[in-house]
Design a protein around this ligand. Structure first.
Ligand SMILES: *[C@@H]1O[C@H](CO)[C@@H](O)[C@H](O)[C@H]1NC(C)=O
Length: 220
C-alpha cells in the first residue's frame, strides 16, 4: 500500500517537472546548420550570438528607410524590402520581422512560402488579389481581393501570392512570426535550382514536355 502511494507521488512530481522543460527541439532559425567538431569555425547557434549588454545601444533595435519604395522594374513587377534580424540585430531570438512590398500595376509577388513564419499583411495603397493554398490532399485555395486598410493572414509554410489587380502602384506591409522567415519562391526553387533538377523528373512531375521544362529552366 505504502509502495503504491509512493509510486503515484513520483509520477505526479515527474509530470509536474516535465511541464517546466521544453518537450521538443526549438524550431530552426536558418535553412541548414551542419554540426562540426571544432567550435572555432562555428558560425551559428540557431540564430546569432548575443552582444554584451553593456555594448548594446538603441540603434541595435532601429532601422530607417521603409518609406522608400523598392524598385519594381523586374520581370515579376514587385519588390520586397526586408527588415529582419540582418537589418535589426536586436530582433535576435524575438520571433518577429517586417517587410514592405511594392507592386507595379499588374505586378505580383509570385507563389512562395515562408518555411519559418506566419505572415499578416496590410494594404496601404492600391488593390491586391491574394491567396494561399492548403496542403495535400485538399489543396484548397483561400483567396480575397484586398483594398487599402484590409488585412490578410498567410499561415506558416503554406504557398501564397499577391497580385496587383489595379492600374496604379500598390504597397503593403507585413509582419512575420520569425526573425528569419526565409522565402522559397516556387518557380525559382523548382526551375532555377543550383544545380538544376533533372528535366525528366520535372517533365513527369509537371506532366509537361521535356522541351518546355528546358525552356522554363533557362528562364529561371
Ligand atoms: C528592389 O529595390 C531595391 C532598391 O531600389 C533594388 O536595389 C533591388 O535591386 C530591387 N530588387 C529587385 C528584385 O528588383
Amino acid at each position: 500500500m505504502m509502495k503504491g502511494v509512493h509510486f503515484l507521488a513520483i509520477v505526479a512530481l515527474l509530470s509536474l517537472a516535465s511541464s517546466f522543460v521544453s518537450a521538443f527541439d526549438p524550431s530552426p532559425l536558418q535553412d541548414i546548420c551542419v554540426a562540426i567538431d571544432d567550435p572555432k569555425s562555428a558560425v551559428f547557434v540557431n540564430g546569432k550570438f548575443c552582444k554584451d549588454l553593456k555594448d548594446t545601444k538603441a540603434d541595435d533595435f532601429y532601422f530607417s528607410g521603409l518609406q522608400i519604395p523598392g524598385n519594381t522594374d523586374n520581370r515579376v513587377g514587385s519588390n520586397v524590402t526586408t527588415v529582419n534580424v540582418d537589418q535589426i540585430p536586436g530582433l535576435n531570438t524575438l520571433g518577429i520581422s517586417l517587410v514592405r512590398i511594392d507592386y507595379a500595376p499588374y505586378g505580383q509577388n509570385p507563389p512562395h512560402t515562408h518555411p519559418r513564419a506566419t505572415e499578416i499583411l496590410v494594404v496601404v495603397e492600391g488593390t491586391l488579389l491574394v491567396g494561399f493554398v492548403t496542403s495535400n490532399p485538399e489543396n484548397r485555395l483561400f483567396t480575397k481581393v484586398l483594398k487599402k486598410g484590409d488585412v490578410f493572414v498567410f499561415p506558416i509554410g503554406l504557398i501564397h501570392f499577391q497580385f496587383n489587380a489595379g492600374k496604379t502602384n500598390a504597397v503593403a506591409f507585413a509582419g512575420l512570426s520569425s526573425q528569419n522567415a526565409g522565402v522559397i519562391t516556387i518557380a525559382n526553387a523548382v526551375f532555377g535550382s543550383n544545380l538544376p533538377i533533372n528535366s525528366d523528373v520535372l517533365a513527369k512531375a509537371f506532366q509537361l514536355d521535356k522541351n518546355i521544362i528546358k525552356d522554363l529552366q533557362k528562364k529561371f
